[in-house]
Design a binder for this molecule. Structure first.
Ligand code: GRF
Length: 183
């Protein structure tokens, strides 16, 4: 299955998906990297692994949305993985790709939708946090959950240390989630 990964930042999840795609019998290939931010560090993986990249923002006028949609169709992309993509997808775009856009979110959804998940879990003195891979639906961080992974929050944790612990779990959870839905 030809896959596009959407990023805005470091791209550590993108790297784990690229490594996963190179495994024998892996059900996906990473054929396109989309970023809304031309300076996204994750774009270095496009060069390193010779994967096509496109800079694209949904914030611009909606003519653009049609452009990106037809480009993805032309490339025969069948799966979209959001990995730290910091823009909200327009609902008509989600509708066109119904059921084939997934996202990774650094909390145990449905808790802590949106941003600053680690700070919020620590502030609430939660014992656990974690990450979730889910289908993207119109409502932010509310689509059907595919898999989750839990980490214990220790009293010494701050947002940075917790983010690090969870990111490690994310790098395993995303490939496992794709294997699960591609079965
Ligand atoms: C991850 O924590 C992911 O859960 C969140 O944004 C971060 C992306 O990190 N959506 P990276 O760009 O994959 O390193």
């Amino acid at each position: 299955t030809k896959t596009a990964v959407f990023i805005s930042g470091t791209g550590s999840n993108l790297l784990s998906l690229i490594k996963f795609s190179k495994k024998k019998r892996c059900p996906i290939s990473i054929d396109l990297i989309i970023s809304n931010y031309v300076k996204a560090k994750g774009l270095k993986y496009s060069v390193k692994f010779n994967i096509e990249k496109k800079i694209f923002s949904f914030k611009k006028k909606n003519l653009n949305n049609k452009k990106i949609f037809s480009y993805l169709q032309k490339k025969k992309i069948k799966l979209i993985c959001l990995a730290g993509f910091m823009e909200i997808l327009p609902s008509d775009f989600i509708k066109k790709f119904k059921g084939t856009i997934i996202n990774i979110h650094p909390s145990l959804l449905p808790k802590y939708k949106g941003l600053n998940t680690h700070e919020r879990a620590i502030k609430n003195e939660d014992k656990f946090s974690g990450c979730t891979v889910h289908y993207v639906s119109k409502k932010l961080d509310s689509g059907k959950i595919i898999l989750q992974s839990k980490v214990r929050i220790s009293s010494k944790d701050n947002a940075t240390s917790l983010a690090k612990k969870i990111l490690k779990k994310e790098h395993k959870l995303y490939p496992a989630s794709i294997s699960k839905i591609m079965d």
